[in-house]
Design a protein around this ligand. Structure first.
Ligand SMILES: Cc1cc2nc3c(=O)[nH]c(=O)nc-3n(C[C@H](O)[C@H](O)[C@H](O)COP(=O)(O)O)c2cc1C
Length: 394
């Protein structure tokens, strides 16, 4: 039997049926006022019914924002929490466990998006440095990310936004929270010296640049009464959304941050290896970006193997989950070698409602045979390319 199917307990408190996580997947299908509906209930509960160990819901914005992703859910009021409550209940009905992914995009947005105008929400970021890239197809001329940035005066105000959203997530019944701190989004902007030019206690030194993330983690702990219910998603070698940093900066930043998170006894660190050259590319990628020039990594470098021992060592209170282009076979070997505790699959969960059954019966994952529209649309009904993928015949 694959070691992926063995149960595990997070922080001595939260039992999981197995070591397979479903990664957060933005699918642009919350068409009813940015809330989930029957399509999401079906999608998540099917994956729970098949036995997924830990589901993380799609990235959910904790503030009104106008992102490139239409119909991305938000968690701002009781109405939003009430809609998610139905999804969570359906997952629990199937014996599943589901975390809420807290997302704030920071400067990765455009202030001319209608929702931001309607809600009078500014583009917030640690510093007024425009991010390269972006393409807001909804706006005339498809502009990039905003150059009209409001510098966050007191980051503790944004910590409170996270606290509010996480409290709503707890009210909805979510079993814990995955804090999205990669991908060039707001928490990541505090980490990167290229995006953070602050001269106060949240900028400058490594300790200061990590402060925001640690304060959000502490706020989530206060809501959930335990660091065990927190997963932090990090990608040291990331380059998405103008987030790349030098190898030296990466080493310093993540050595400190990971030690601080483990010191707090955070339940799970979800470490991505995006940003390195991979020989196992599945060809299912929805992005065609590659690492920018001028920020080389040592040949063969793997951040999961490099930073993993800071999280996974005898007696560690935290579990190490990994993601990005893993196969069940590679993850099984890493678990048996004592290098990781859990694996998270993203794209395979889109095309396979039965990831766990396939692992159990040694059936290869189905791949995407329908083109790039399956990821973010367009679609004629929400279920299209969402709830219509066949399970394998066992
Ligand atoms: C369509 C799509 C949407 C995604 N949305 C999110 C998201 O909302 N939050 C997040 O942290 N990661 C998101 N990801 C990344 C996945 O969670 C996962 O980390 C990544 O796909 C790598 O895993 P994989 O190689 O098994 O696909 C997304 C990926 C895809 C393909």
């Amino acid at each position: 039997m694959s070691s992926l199917l063995e149960p595990i307990v997070v922080g001595g408190k939260l039992p999981l049926r197995n070591r397979v996580g479903m990664g957060a997947l933005t699918r642009n299908r919350c068409v009813n006022d940015l809330k989930p509906g029957p399509a999401q209930v079906k999608h998540y509960s099917e994956r729970a019914r098949d036995g997924t160990g830990l589901i993380v819901n799609e990235g959910t914005l904790i503030d009104w924002t106008g992102t490139d992703w239409k119909y991305t859910p938000v968690m701002i009021n009781d109405d939003h929490a009430g809609a998610w409550k139905k999804v969570v209940a359906a997952v629990h009905e199937e014996g599943g466990t589901i975390f809420f992914q807290a997302w704030h995009v920071g400067r990765i947005q455009n202030e001319n998006m209608p929702i931001m105008k309607e809600t009078k929400t500014p583009v917030l970021a640690p510093s007024a440095i425009q991010a390269e890239g972006g393409k807001y197809r909804e706006l005339p001329g498809a502009p990039g990310h905003s150059n009209n940035i409001t510098v966050i005066e007191d980051p503790r105000d944004v910590v409170e936004m996270y606290r509010r959203a996480v409290q709503l997530a707890k009210n909805a019944g979510f079993d814990g929270v995955e804090f999205l701190a990669q991908g060039g989004y707001l928490p990541h902007q505090f980490l990167c010296s290229r995006a953070n030019m602050r001269t106060d206690a949240y900028g400058g030194s490594v300790e200061n640049r990590c402060r925001f993330i640690l304060e959000v983690v502490d706020a989530i702990e206060q809501v959930y009464s335990g660091y065990e219910y927190i997963c932090v998603k990090l990608c040291p070698a990331d380059f998405l959304n103008d987030s790349v940093v030098t190898f030296e900066e990466m080493k310093q930043t993540y050595s400190y941050l990971l030690k601080e998170l483990v010191k707090r006894r955070v339940g799970i660190i979800n470490l991505s290896r995006r940003g390195i050259e991979l020989s196992t590319q599945t060809g299912n990628s929805s992005t065609i970006d590659c690492r920018p020039e001028g920020f080389p990594l040592p040949p063969g470098y793997d951040p999961v193997l490099d930073f993993g021992p800071l999280v996974k060592y005898p007696g560690s209170p935290s579990l190490l989950m990994v993601n990005h282009d893993y196969t069940p076979e590679e993850a099984d070997e890493l678990i048996r070698a004592g290098k990781i505790d859990l694996v998270s699959f993203g794209r395979p969960f889109i095309f396979n409602p039965d990831v766990i059954s396939r692992i159990r019966h040694n059936i290869p994952f189905a791949e995407n045979c329908r083109g790039n529209e399956v990821f973010y649309g367009p679609y004629s009904v929400e279920d299209e390319n969402y709830n219509d993928w066949p399970a394998a015949k066992v």
